[in-house]
Design a protein around this ligand. Structure first.
Ligand code: FDA
Length: 452
């Protein structure tokens, strides 16, 4: 059992925790980062599976994500653009496959008009939302007490329009059924990316990747922190008072003046707080839950879809894999497709055997790309739902009504404890960019507090 003393103890070595630790260290404060897993990065994990380098967790960088872009540049990492030459594919309600370009799905003209009108309405609403204070909007309560699905269905009875509008923040982002979260939560998701239109523009939101993998961001930050990062150290107990904190793992005790909890909020309950967190936090944290999506990787001997003039970008609210993209690595001769299976669909396929699940998912990909999609040389499913220290993907969001009820309290410190995670962010919410922003914010709060 080792015992150390630092200015700040950081729980979690994901992008948020490592950013905070790095900022604090630069300001001359001493830190210890305690990480439950035997690796750093949390939801960023680049690994080689059967000879193929795969981004098991987060990977894409969009042009508005300035905090991430700065960090990537500062760490000397290079980016490359997602392959997007050629036609995208859409599968309609009767299984008809259509090719298209741009971000307007090839639907009937009336449906297209409806989608455009509602998108315009949504963009106007999103423009009024401050992503850091969505709960402060004058209509926050009204918009937080109607589900995303119910609001859309009140705008039109065109089911295809509703499904296409719903999935940008539903299956594609919050990864929960659209009846399970509010219109306000959906507007926050869009506001965090600048607009609803940005979210549905795959060329914007899924713009670039990092050569060699995005996990290099936490790996390089951890390298700078050196021996101040402790792996395999799940924090079990956090004692706190005005005098400071004592974090205890199975093998270590860290005494510090402040603590930063840089883990997904659904995991706060894994820590015993002594004394217990205040009533408000104990209640509030129960109203946040993880979405769930399976990220499917299929690697082929060549990017065969490109030969057919396809970009690899594919969407359908009627398909098991509601979206898929060309995810070929930089400089790789082989071709990789990445597909996503979200919420209820993900639950359903996890009730099948691994073989049946693979068959069903590849069948869905073949509807976009043809029968060759059924025969990858490497196949892998990122299943973050079974990861003890994450428990879902991509991130956490409030249940219906939770955002206006508790949003204003989410980041409020409790004594010497501060909270930082992508799941608490405004700009960059649920993304690595948001994690970095939250890490910087809490670090600067502590640094400022130290000066006064
Ligand atoms: P994160 O969860 O990464 O880190 C928290 C850390 O705390 C973990 O390392 C965990 O092990 C540790 N921990 C938990 N409990 C602990 C305890 N008791 N003691 C010690 N340590 C503890 N984003 C993006 O920008 N572009 C993208 O393309 C994607 N795509 C994507 C795909 C998939 C499949 C996933 C799962 C996620 C994404 N994301 C994404 C989201 C992005 O990866 C995510 O928002 C951030 O990496 C979260 O970083 P944080 O540091 O906030 O939490």
């Amino acid at each position: 059992m080792s015992e150390i003393t630092r200015d700040v103890v950081i729980v979690g070595a994901g992008a948020a925790g490592l950013t905070a630790a790095h900022e604090l260290q630069k300001a001359g404060l001493s830190v210890a980062v305690l990480e439950a897993r035997d690796r750093v990065g949390g939801r960023l994990w680049t690994d080689t599976i059967d000879g193929a380098m795969l981004e098991i967790g987060g990977q894409w960088v969009s042009p508005d994500q300035e905090a991430l872009i700065d960090t990537v540049a500062e760490l000397g990492l290079e980016t490359f653009s997602r392959y997007r030459t050629g036609d995208s594919v859409y599968v309609g309600p009767d299984g008809t496959v259509s090719r298209f370009t741009g971000d307007v799905f090839p639907v009937a003209p009336e449906t297209e008009r409806t989608i455009a009108e509602i998108t315009e309405r949504l963009d106007a609403m999103v423009a009024e939302i401050d992503p850091d204070r969505p709960y402060a909007h004058p209509r926050a309560e009204e918009w937080d007490t109607i589900s995303w699905d119910a609001w859309l269905r009140a705008q039109t009875d065109d089911d295809e329009a509703v499904r296409n509008l719903a999935f940008a923040t539903g299956s594609a982002m919050l990864t929960k059924p659209t009846h399970a979260f509010s219109l306000l939560q959906s507007l926050l998701m869009a506001a965090s990316a600048g607009s609803y239109s940005n979210l549905v523009d795959a060329d914007f939101i899924l713009d670039k990747r990092v050569v060699g993998g995005l996990q290099q961001v936490p790996l390089l930050l951890a390298e700078r922190l050196g021996e101040d990062v402790f792996l395999g150290q799940p924090v079990r107990t956090l004692e706190w008072s005005d005098a400071g904190v004592i974090a205890r793992t199975d093998g270590m005790t860290v005494r510090a003046r402040s603590a930063i909890l840089a883990l997904a909020p659904v995991l706060y309950t894994r820590i015993s707080f002594v004394p217990a967190l205040p009533r408000l936090q104990q209640q509030m944290h129960q109203h946040l839950s993880m979405g769930f999506v399976i990220k499917v990787h299929a690697v082929y001997d060549r990017p065969f879809w490109r030969e057919q003039g396809l970009s690899g970008t594919a969407f359908s609210p009627y398909e098991l894999s509601h979206e898929a993209y060309d995810n070929t690595n930089h400089g790789d001769e082989r071709g990789t497709l990445v597909g996503f299976v979200s919420d209820r669909n993900a639950d359903d396929v996890f009730r099948l055997s691994a073989e049946e699940r693979k068959e069903r998912i590849l069948e869905s990909l073949s509807h976009y790309y043809g029968p060759e999609a059924k025969n990858p040389v490497v196949y892998y499913e990122s299943d973050w739902g079974s990861e003890e220290w994450t428990r879902g993907a991509y991130a956490a969001s409030f249940d219906l009504g939770g955002l206006h009820r508790y949003g204003g309290d989410l980041r409020t410190p409790v004594g010497p404890i501060r909270f930082a995670c992508s799941d608490l962010a405004g700009a960059g919410y649920q993304h690595v960019d948001g994690a970095i922003r939250m890490g910087r914010l809490v670090a600067h709060d502590i640094i400022e507090g130290n000066r006064t």
